[in-house]
Design a protein around this ligand. Sequence first.
Ligand code: SF4
Length: 332
Amino acid sequence: MHKEQKEFLDEINLKVGVVSQEEYDRIKGPLAAVQGKAATSTYRDFFKVPFEAVPSLVSTRRVFVQRGWAYVGSNQMAPLIVGHFKTHLKAALQAAAKSWPHIAATDECNRLAPIVSFLSKQYLGPDYSEVKASGGSAATLEEIPGLAQTHFPLCMRHLYNSLDSNHHLKHQGRMQFGLFLKGIGLPLDSALQFWKRAFAPKVPGDKFEKNYAYNIRHNYGKEGKRADYTPYTCMKIISSTPGSGEHHGCPYKTFSEASLRAQLQQMQITGADQKQVMDLSKNHHYQLACGRVFQLTHNGAAADEGINHPNQFYDLSRQCCQAKIAPATPGE
Ligand code: SF4
């Protein structure tokens, strides 16, 4: 490890193990196989940490793991540092939450309350207006049915299935689903074809052109003020309340207990796992419920960032599939 990196890790009090020359010589074969490092690497290019400190590297098989240690390249430090930062941030936020009743009783409340309220409603992740995270692989019209069953989060799979059986979705459902499809890279022409085909049993072609095509082009910034509309975040979806005959919103919030249970059953989530997801939903932790479902349906792969965006779920799911996730087992 380079001197500056070591100094930085010491400064933030992040303990990592040093890899000796002897140890490196012993593992350099498998290390090179996993990390793709060639003969130019030396023992100084690696350090070791408990494997649970870098779940995203382990679950995507980007590090060599032996006897509980993950051997991390000095160019792979980001997940480690982000994880460390998150742990500290979480502890600090918990401490702040505990102190809040005292702060609220002081004059500081007037200054801080609007900031806290504003922060809790902000989404600071990517806007998914471009297809990047899933490795730039844009979805095609033909792939949509398969992708819906394997890589869509429950909110989007529910919209897809409702559209498939009813041959119609009301405006909010079309917005939520249409922008999601745009975010996974479905081009405008394909989107027009997709909706036209789906509506065909109920809506003749000329009526579709007249009543629905404009809106789809509008979402792609080709009509009206030509804004590039972005897919909805979880927060926006969760805050919506679907009325009768509408299918948008977050199922972890909107589904009845029986419907959610049936959906989980269909995903082969049963027993204690099912109860855990049901409890999270009941306690209004919808994004955590979704993250747990992601983990259970992706062979244990964790959504490190939590699920904040349906397109994030989709991208992570495709990445897992590309990495052909297998259960992460430390050691030999
Ligand atoms: Fe969709 Fe987000 Fe709800 Fe998951 S948590 S089902 S991605 S809205």
